[in-house]
Design a protein around this ligand. Structure first.
Ligand SMILES: [Zn+2]
Length: 64
């Protein structure tokens, strides 16, 4: 048994860590307020995760 080490996606994990770290340290985020910084970090994380997913967004809606 080995400890779960997500080494498959280190880049997205790093972005997510930054995003999480911010939400934990930002008063606005903790209060649930709109924070431009978290939006930026979230975008960066999404882009790192996979830009192909965004292209699938509108295609899915068209299918509906
Ligand atoms: Zn924030």
């Amino acid at each position: 048994m080995t400890a779960s080490a997500p080494s498959q996606a280190s880049a997205p994990d790093a972005e997510y860590r930054t995003l999480l770290g911010h939400t934990l340290n930002c008063a606005a985020c903790r209060a649930g307020s709109a924070c431009p910084t978290v939006v930026r970090l979230g975008r960066a994380w999404r882009e790192t995760r996979g830009p192909a997913r965004e292209a699938r967004g509108p295609a899915r809606e068209a299918r509906r």
